[in-house]
Design a protein around this ligand. Structure first.
Ligand code: LLP
Length: 466
């Protein structure tokens, strides 16, 4: 737990050696800030705990796919777990060798399979029989044999949030473990397929090791059965899912989690793949925002900040807790957070939805307009899930390394945002037969405006053609 990522020094919160206030000055707010030392520390913890095994740490890009983050891991020898052509391209662009890439996901298209085969990735984690058939077809059309794992669904309840649990019968993920042998057998006579591995992933943000233990034990049994059936299973892919301490509290240590992985693979002479996402990056990131207003409502105090649910959707989507601290260190009064110097507040963004909050009824230090806040543990599933809802610009990402920092994704300009849209020819007047002057009158709110708004007359007719 040597995470010297974000600490107060001289009364102000630093990212490693750099005061966050200085970054705010340089790039404006809001922004995401990541710490290299935390990223490296997490990777090393995995590496160390898997020492002596034939293991590949395939970082799950979905948690944070900034290429500077991927590169940080790639330089340490990491592989990648990708779920789309976009992620595959990012992994390759950031320097992950193709032979360290696994392609997961329930809906890979044939085009995506083709791109991945051409790139020469290590394996496809297949989630259904139709997908397996498609992979066979695509691989054969290229004269290739695709190495695959079936992602089995072990029917284990992960005890995590419903939206991120994946390993039960009710989920869309994987192939029921009871059917797995039959499906592997189907693949036997398909020249485009090579059974090489078994994969499992039961959910995300698990804070209890027991579900992992039972899932892994089932996978171990299956590997034995498949080998007895004559399949050359060479790798076991244990997925991701280890949770982080968003609140103070006990979460399993990386080494204890990986002890289960080692145990499940013990004596099988199998390569090990793990696909950690969140645990690698969550604590490595903060979202820094400026207080715009402190608004005292009838019943509540609202701290209105300049970031919003479009930047970090986890609180409203998953009822997720993220600690929020003031960048200027609150004076130590020795009082507890719920004492005099702290007041209950809702920390909210400017978006026109009640769901736009980061915290509700949270003991917060006294802050004033212009103060900076840091929303913690925001390195995973933060920037990657952001949008430009309300026509807000995506926010920059900054990577700190010791005394240095660099903008690793610049803030777009409003021209970029507006430039994404195109007006159709009938609105720009550039189509071959331009609307008649009558049509223009019609468009600008004549007597027939109601007709236009109701959407009638739009079946292929030009406005005013009636
Ligand atoms: N492997 C597979 C097949 C996955 O589906 C996932 C995550 C991972 C690995 C990485 O899991 P992790 O180590 O990050 O738990 N947006 C949600 C989390 C969704 C996780 C989806 N799958 C959140 O913000 O909590």
């Amino acid at each position: 737990m040597a995470m010297a990522g974000f600490l107060y020094r001289n009364g102000t919160l630093h990212a490693e050696e750099v005061p966050l206030a200085r970054i705010a000055e340089a790039v404006g707010t809001p922004f995401y800030c990541y710490s290299t030392s935390v990223l490296v520390g997490q990777y090393r913890a995995f590496k160390q705990a898997l020492g002596g095994t034939d293991a590949m740490i395939c970082y799950a890009l979905k948690a944070n796919s900034n290429q500077a983050v991927i590169r940080t891991f790639a330089e340490l020898g990491a592989g990648a777990d990708v779920v789309s052509e976009g992620e595959l391209r990012r992994a390759l662009a950031a320097g992950v060798p193709a032979e360290r890439i696994v392609f997961a996901g329930v809906g890979k298209t044939r085009d995506e399979m083709a791109v991945a085969l051409d790139a020469g990735i290590l394996q496809f984690n297949v989630e259904s029989e139709p997908e397996l058939a498609a992979l066979d077809e695509v691989a054969r059309s290229k004269g290739r044999r695709a190495q695959f794992a079936l992602r089995v669904n072990p029917d284990v309840a992960a005890g995590t949030h419903a939206k991120i649990t994946t390993g039960t019968k009710e989920n869309k993920f994987g192939i029921d473990i009871g059917r797995a042998r039959r499906v592997y057998d189907l693949a036997r006579n398909r020249p485009g397929l090579q059974a090489a591995s078994v994969a499992v992933h039961i959910g995300s943000q698990l804070t209890d090791l027991a579900p992992f233990r039972s899932a892994f034990a089932r996978v171990r049994d299956l590997v034995g059965e498949l080998r007895a059936d004559g399949h050359d299973i060479r790798r076991m892919d244990f997925g991701g899912g280890l949770g982080v301490a968003y609140r103070d509290g006990q979460v399993p240590a990386i080494a204890d989690y990986l002890a289960l992985v080692r145990e499940a693979a013990d004596g099988l002479a199998c390569g090990i793949i793990v696909e950690p996402g969140r645990i690698m990056v969550a604590e490595a990131g903060v979202l820094v925002s400026r207080v715009i207003y402190v608004k005292s409502g009838e019943a509540r105090r609202f701290i209105v900040v300049d970031s919003a649910m479009n930047d970090l959707i986890r609180p409203t989507l998953y009822e997720a807790y993220h600690a929020i601290v003031a960048v200027r260190e609150p004076e130590s009064t020795g009082k507890r957070p719920d004492g005099g110097d702290f007041e209950l507040a809702d920390v909210v963004g400017p978006i026109c939805e009640s769901g736009d909050y980061f915290a509700q009824q949270r003991p917060m230090p006294r802050v004033a307009d212009g103060d900076l806040l840091a929303i913690k543990s925001a390195g995973a599933y933060g920037a990657v899930m952001s949008s430009s809802y309300n026509s807000r610009l995506l926010i920059p990402e900054v990577l700190v390394n010791g005394e240095q920092f660099a903008v690793v994704r610049p803030r777009p300009r409003f021209e970029d945002l507006l430039g994404q849209d195109r007006l159709p020819p009938w609105q720009t007047g550039t189509q071959q037969s331009n609307p008649s002057p009558d049509a223009v009158k019609f468009k600008s709110g004549g007597a027939k405006a109601g007709t236009a708004q109701s959407g009638q007359g739009s079946t292929g007719r030009k406005i005013g053609a009636a």
